[in-house]
Design a protein. Structure first.
Length: 393
C-alpha cells in the first residue's frame, strides 16, 4: 500500500497521528499497544472529531500525568531501544529522533548525545512518533510520498525566548526537501512533523497515479482563518494495470549550454553523470551568443539525484549555471530475462509493444562481452542471438 501525505496546511506529530487514526486505527488498540510496549507510564491518548473549515478530522491529545520522563536524546533513545516494538518501528522512530537531535546539536553547538529537547521532548512527542510508526505498520503502508511542504511565518514563544517561524530546528531538518513560503502567520510545520516527513517520504511533489482506497484527516490545534488546519493522508495502490503496455513517471531535465570548454572533458563528464544516477545524457550542437558554436548538455534524472547532477555539472564544466524543470516520461513495460543461447545463458530484454505483442532484444553489454571473449565481430554476435531469439519467441 502507498500513502500520499497532502501537507496543504503543514504537518505536526499530532496531525500525523490523527490522520492515521482516521484511516481506521482503534484508539483503544493504540493506547494498549503503547502501554504494553514501552517503559512509560502516566499517559493516555484522547481522540476526538473536530471540524476545520467544515472538514471533519481527528484531533489527538496526549494527556500526561507523569512528568518525570527525561527530555534528553540519550534517554529517549534508550526508551525506544528497550521497547517491545518491532525492529522496523524502532528503527524508523530512532531515525526520526536522530534527525531532530542532529539539527538541535548544530543549532545549539553541542554534541548530539547531549541534546536536551525543550520543545519536542517528553512523553507526548515520544507517543506521537512511536504511535505514528505503529499505525503505519498496522495499516500496511509500505511507501510514502508527500506534497511539497508549506511554511508559515512570524514568531513563536519557546524555552529559548521568541524565535522565528519556521523554527531554526524545522529549517535545519527540512534541508534538501522542497518547501514554499506562505503568508500564514502560524507555525505550520513543527520540528516533529518535519522530521517525520523527512525520514519517511521517498519523494516530494504531485500525487502519484494511484487507485485511492481511503482518506484520513488529522486536525491541528487551532482553526486558521485562511485554510483548514488539517493534514490529509490518502492511501491506495499504484496504478499497475497489467493490461497496460506503458507507464508514466515524473523526472527532471537538467541542462546548460557551453561554448568554452575543452572537448576532451565531455567523455569524462558523461561517465561521472551516469555514475551519479543520470538516466540519459545528451550532447546537442547549438549556436550561442555572437554566433559561437557550443554544446547543450541535457541530463534526464530522478528527483532524488537532481542536486547531485547539478553540482556535478557546475564542478566539472565551465558552465556558470544550469536550468532544471520537471518532465513526464512514458515508457513501455520491459523486463530482463535469461535465455539459453549458443553462447550460454545470457540476459535479454523483453518488451511489451503498444499492440501488446512481445519484442525481445539482446543487451549491448552482453553482446560486447561475448564478442571480446570470443574475438568475433559484434555484429556477428547480434545476428546470431537475434536469430535464436526469433526461434524461441
Amino acid at each position: 500500500m502507498i500513502a500520499y501525505f497532502d501537507c496543504f496546511s503543514g504537518i505536526s506529530g499530532d496531525m500525523t497521528l490523527g490522520a492515521l487514526i482516521d484511516l481506521g486505527i482503534s484508539e483503544k488498540w493504540l493506547n494498549d499497544k503503547l502501554k504494553t510496549s514501552i517503559a512509560l507510564t502516566g499517559f493516555d491518548i484522547e481522540v476526538s472529531s473536530e471540524k476545520r473549515k467544515e472538514i471533519n478530522g481527528k484531533r489527538v491529545i496526549v494527556h500526561v500525568s507523569d512528568t518525570k520522563c527525561s527530555n534528553d536524546y540519550a534517554s529517549i533513545k534508550g526508551i525506544i531501544q528497550k521497547s517491545l516494538l518491532s525492529c522496523s518501528v524502532k528503527k524508523k522512530s530512532l531515525d526520526i529522533f536522530d534527525r531532530i537531535a542532529v539539527a538541535e546539536a548544530k543549532i545549539h553547538g553541542c554534541l548530539k548525545e547531549n541534546v536536551h529537547f525543550h520543545e519536542i521532548g517528553g512523553i507526548d512527542s515520544i507517543i506521537d512518533i512511536l504511535g505514528t510508526m505503529l499505525c503505519i505498520e498496522h495499516l500496511g503502508i509500505q511507501k510514502i510520498i508527500a506534497s511539497k511542504i508549506p511554511l508559515g511565518k512570524g514568531f513563536v514563544s519557546s524555552m529559548h525566548g521568541i524565535i522565528p517561524v519556521p523554527s531554526p530546528a524545522t529549517v535545519e531538518i527540512l534541508k534538501d526537501i522542497p518547501v514554499y513560503g506562505t503568508d500564514i502567520d502560524f507555525e505550520l510545520v513543527t520540528p516533529t512533523g518535519a522530521a517525520i516527513i523527512a525520514c519517511l517520504s521517498e519523494s516530494f511533489g504531485k500525487m502519484p497515479k494511484m487507485k485511492i482506497q481511503d482518506v484520513g484527516y488529522g486536525a491541528g490545534k487551532r482553526n486558521l482563518k485562511s485554510i483548514p488546519n488539517l493534514l490529509r493522508i490518502i492511501t491506495g495502490h499504484l496504478d499497475t494495470d497489467k493490461n497496460k503496455t506503458h507507464h508514466f513517471e515524473s523526472l527532471y531535465l537538467v541542462e546548460t549550454c557551453i561554448d568554452d570548454m575543452n572537448p576532451e572533458l565531455y567523455g569524462f563528464l558523461m561517465d561521472r553523470l551516469f555514475q551519479d544516477g543520470a538516466l540519459d545524457v545528451y550532447w546537442i550542437p547549438v549556436f550561442m551568443k555572437k554566433n559561437r558554436p557550443g554544446t547543450m548538455i541535457q541530463v534526464l534524472c530522478k528527483e532524488n539525484v537532481k542536486k547531485i547532477i547539478i553540482e556535478r555539472i557546475l564542478s566539472e564544466t565551465t558552465s556558470l549555471g544550469v536550468r532544471s524543470y520537471e518532465v513526464e516520461r512514458k515508457t513501455l513495460f520491459r523486463e530482463t530475462v535469461n535465455m539459453k543461447s549458443s553462447f550460454g545463458t545470457i540476459k535479454v530484454k523483453k518488451i511489451i509493444n503498444p499492440d501488446k505483442s512481445i519484442r525481445v532484444v539482446p543487451e549491448y553489454e552482453v553482446c560486447k562481452k561475448i564478442a571480446v571473449e570470443n574475438n568475433i565481430a559484434l555484429q556477428t554476435v547480434y545476428n546470431k542471438i537475434n536469430n535464436e531469439i526469433n526461434e524461441k519467441f
